[in-house]
Design a protein around this ligand. Structure first.
Ligand code: HAM
Length: 421
């Protein structure tokens, strides 16, 4: 047993896994670029106060929080929205609007680890700051959906809700603020049982409660909005807003969004539209994305500004791609060169360098292995082709090229090798 193990809830990633992750990351970044979002990077740790200001003291339980050597209260970031909005308030408030930014980074939450839930995980997220909310909301959801489409991840459920609808019901209860927060938590967890036995005399209004439970169970297409209107005595502006949002998403080419009034997002700092994306193949930890409209800049000492954003759980995207059988390339070594006699080694190095200079990834046998062992190695590193150079090949100024997928072999003149490959 080795003496040291990695900390609970963390992972090591080997070269094959990293190649896959980098490939997926690059595709996700590319989609953000297509939508006009620019990448930012913020520190891995921030003052604990930043996260407390955003979510309340309760958040400390979930944080990797500590005091540094200067007695400053510091936490590893549990997500990046707070950092990005702090950065915005510090340095970006005067930029022309809208500010469209995205990020990729590791996050830390002191959670109970399980499949798809880690203590160190990665998020790729986007924030759109300073545009009227319906335009931002549509653009941001469209970016999330386009990202998944470009990855080939089709088997997803997109659920969009609006806190205005829930808030209207909660107002009708006429309960204290603490109880309101409690009710929101219950909605978030879909804890219908507790909703029936609310503290604070809220159960008195059984009609409101029944209608609320019916509402948060409503899920479906645009027709769901009509059903909600009936439960809300004719409607609410947030219902019209959702209908307009769906029209916009249709115009973007996305007609697969569901309305779901049960999306409450823990109600941390969100103010209007909220959305979540699930990959049902992942089971319990199926939520691969969450986001919505919020205001944070004012809380951090800046001017109030409309913002909408989301974050993908990158690790869950990787799991979902694997479950859906989407082909993600794991290795990118194109050529492995095998000199099978000492005399061939100089020729091998020359070919190796030429291939690398031409932008083709190439490696060569450094262990003086025999043919069968070298082939096994080439296979294990996922080489596409193996170039074999022996005495016969040297004499003819040629090489043997073996395609590792088909097993086909061809003798190729060294002078024609680049064209052949
Ligand atoms: P969140 O829902 O807390 O939102 O996290 C976003 C995603 O991160 C989740 O949907 C999930 O896929 C992934 N995730 C969360 N915790 C873990 C974990 N322990 N292990 C693996 N994956 C995890 C936010 O973080 C907001 N900042 C999103 C946002 C951006 N809202 C507005 N802008």
């Amino acid at each position: 047993m080795p003496e040291f193990q990695r900390p609970r809830g963390t992972r090591d990633f080997g070269p094959a896994e990293m190649a896959k992750r980098r490939y997926v990351e690059a595709k996700m970044r590319e989609t953000a670029r297509l939508f006009g979002f620019g990448e930012v990077m913020t520190p891995t740790f921030e003052s604990t106060e930043l996260f407390v200001a955003r979510s309340g003291e309760g958040i400390i339980e979930e944080l990797y929080a500590f005091e540094d050597k200067g007695n400053r209260k510091i936490s590893l970031r549990p997500e990046l929205t707070a950092s990005v909005m702090r950065f915005y308030v510090n340095e970006m408030q005067n930029l022309p609007k809208p500010v469209k930014i995205f990020y990729f980074g590791n996050c830390f939450r002191y959670e109970r680890p399980q499949a798809g839930r880690y203590r160190e995980f990665f998020q790729l997220g986007a924030e759109l700051i300073g545009a009227p909310s319906i335009e931002s909301d549509a653009e941001v959801i469209a970016l999330a959906l386009a990202t998944l489409k470009n990855l080939g991840l089709e088997d997803v459920v997109v659920r969009i809700g609006h806190l205005g609808v829930l808030n209207k019901f909660i107002d009708e209860f006429g309960v204290k603020k603490d109880t309101q927060i409690e009710i929101r938590r219950m909605i978030d967890k879909q804890d219908f049982e507790s909703l029936n036995t609310l503290p604070d005399g809220a159960t008195a209004n059984k009609d409101v409660n029944d209608r609320l439970i019916k509402l948060i169970r409503l899920k479906g297409g645009a027709e769901t909005i009509q059903k909600a209107r009936e439960l809300m005595d004719g409607g609410d502006p947030s219902l019209d807003y959702l209908a307009d949002l769906l029209d916009r998403l249709n115009a973007y080419g996305f007609d697969n969004c569901q309305v779901d009034f049960g999306v409450a997002r823990g109600l941390d700092y969100y103010t209007g539209m909220v959305f979540e994306i699930d990959a049902p193949s992942l089971g319990a930890e199926k939520q691969i994305c969450g986001g919505g409209a919020y205001t944070l800049a004012d809380l951090f000492g800046g001017q109030e500004v409309n913002s909408t954003g989301y974050a993908f759980g990158f690790d869950r995207i990787m799991l979902a791609l694997e479950k859906s059988g989407v082909d993600v390339p794991s290795q990118n070594l194109e050529i492995y060169i095998l000199p099978i006699c000492d005399e061939a080694k100089i020729a091998a190095i020359k070919i190796l360098s030429e291939l690398r200079n031409a932008g083709i990834s190439a490696d060569m046998d450094l262990m003086s292995r025999n043919m069968s062992k070298a082939m096994k190695y080439a296979n294990s590193v996922g080489a596409g082709k193996v170039i074999i150079i022996g005495e016969k090949e040297l004499a003819e100024k040629s090489v043997t090229v073996r395609d590792m997928k088909t097993g086909e072999q061809a003798r190729v003149l060294i002078s024609e090798l680049n064209d052949y490959l």
